[in-house]
Design a protein around this ligand. Structure first.
Ligand code: C5P
Length: 236
């Protein structure tokens, strides 16, 4: 299998800034070395809102931001939400749920500013086989993720968010020109925490991921800058 060309990818890792207050979020962002982007998600956004978002975006305008708000609503509402969120800044990546459907993803893509890549969440990594059956999906996690990834491609989006266990399948079926942003990443020997299916940074990239989301192994380290540099060294 041909691997995607990562040589031009200057930011293969996004650090999850899962902090409830602006001061500690700013402090963590300040410690990130070159090569690590900023991921702001629902916890940050609901605690600190658009103001918090724009404070980070203006203070760290040289660092790519992944806005992980996982929009899932009717097309018109998602498009409006994206226009509102991106009025004053351009995130490098933004995401929606693929389960919102083809028309919603197309509307979302149209609403994204130029310079923002749009990804779709396939199946949340917190859902296992039993849990997806409970919500009415009977084809199994892998088949479901593949179906969602193909729908995402049809809608013209730039890639998906998936677990490390689906990387090889999706890379094989969806080709090289498709971003795979992968959370649940743990460097050798670090705490797994509540993640179920984890992989090391080097193995995930080797399998075909283009970007990795890493939170606690950096944010909870005694020295976040050192931890981040060690992770970058491990994927050189
Ligand atoms: O600390 P940790 O590395 O587990 O953080 C992973 C980050 O990725 C968290 O912000 C979490 O919300 C996010 N995420 C995830 N699984 C997904 C999508 C996002 O863990 N399927």
């Amino acid at each position: 299998m041909k691997q995607p060309d990562l040589s031009k990818n200057e930011t293969p890792i996004f650090c999850a800034i899962d902090k409830p207050d602006l001061d500690s979020a700013m402090l963590l962002c300040e410690q990130l070395p070159k090569g690590i982007g900023i991921k702001l998600g629902l916890e940050f956004f609901n605690a600190l809102g658009k103001h918090g978002l724009e404070m980070i975006a203006s203070r760290f305008s040289n660092i790519p931001i992944f806005l992980d708000l996982k929009y899932h609503d009717i097309p018109n509402t998602v498009a409006g939400a994206i226009r509102a969120a991106t009025k004053n800044f351009t995130p490098a990546y933004l995401n929606v749920h693929a389960a919102g459907g083809l028309a919603m993803m197309q509307a979302a893509k149209k609403a994204c500013p130029q310079g923002t890549k749009l990804l779709a969440v396939t199946i949340l990594t917190s859902l296992d086989e039993e849990a997806i059956t409970q919500v009415g999906y009977h084809a199994g996690v892998q088949n479901r993720v593949l179906q969602m990834a193909q729908l995402t491609q049809e809608a013209g989006l730039d890639g998906i968010v998936c677990s490390s266990y689906e990387i090889e399948l999706i890379r094989k079926e969806c080709g090289d020109d498709f971003a795979l942003m992968v959370p649940g990443i743990r460097p050798e020997g670090s705490e797994i925490g509540d993640q179920k299916r984890v992989m090391t940074p080097a193995n995930a990239l080797r399998a075909g991921a283009t970007h990795l989301v890493i939170g606690r192994p950096i944010s909870q380290a005694n020295n976040p800058a050192k931890a981040a540099i060690e992770i970058l060294d491990s994927i050189k």
